[in-house]
Design a protein around this ligand. Structure first.
Ligand SMILES: Cc1cc2nc3c(=O)[nH]c(=O)nc-3n(C[C@H](O)[C@H](O)[C@H](O)COP(=O)(O)O)c2cc1C
Length: 171
């Protein structure tokens, strides 16, 4: 599958089959995160792969009882290990870096026939506790992963004309 096809195919999947994710597919998805770029190539990031059902249940509770967090056979926590680093443009690098890594994983998963869903609604403190993540690190996102049981929603997006301008900014 080429990248355009993966971008078009990726949807947020919130219903999963009770089927394990094959190791070689998981490895490809984690490899996509490893190969993703980061500011100054600092790679200040870790990924925690959670498959144990009790721990997934705890993560689901920490995610305000989102059912798909419990149902997905794999949940990956994307952790920023140097959240204080701010780029010269004034933007903290960690959220950008981790967003790129997670998005690479969503596209790799789509090309492997797997579904994902970004999870940003969770308690930082509780998730840190469940996964034994040091307080100075930040969990930027959880990502559910598994074979879809039903498709996601059609993409609803603003038209290009509303979000793109050429040469100078336009409201
Ligand atoms: C940073 C971020 C956080 C999100 N958090 C959640 C979440 O906690 N739970 C959830 O079900 N979906 C979550 N989503 C999924 C969005 O709702 C979804 O991407 C959006 O509605 C567009 O739909 P699509 O992904 O199917 O194209 C999140 C997406 C992003 C990018």
């Amino acid at each position: 599958m080429d990248v355009t096809e993966a971008i078009e195919k990726r949807q947020s999947i919130r219903e999963y089959q009770d089927t394990a994710v094959p190791e070689e597919k998981l490895k490809k998805i984690l490899e996509a995160a490893r190969l993703s770029p980061s500011a100054a190539n600092r790679q200040d990031r870790k990924f925690v792969v959670v498959r144990e059902s009790g721990r997934r249940r705890e993560l689901a509770e920490a995610s305000y009882s989102q059912r798909h967090v419990r149902e997905a056979p794999v949940v990956i926590a994307a952790v920023a290990t140097r959240p204080a680093y701010v780029m010269s443009c004034g933007v903290p690098a960690y959220a950008v870096d981790l967003a790129i890594a997670v998005d690479h994983m969503t596209l790799a998963a789509a090309s492997e026939g797997l579904g994902t869903c970004w999870i940003g609604a969770f308690s930082q403190e509780v998730v840190r506790g469940i996964l034994r993540i040091p307080d100075e690190y930040v969990v930027v996102a959880l990502l559910t992963l598994g074979f879809p049981r039903s498709p996601g929603n059609p993409k609803i997006r603003k038209p290009l004309d509303e979000i793109v301008s050429f040469e100078t900014f336009r409201e």
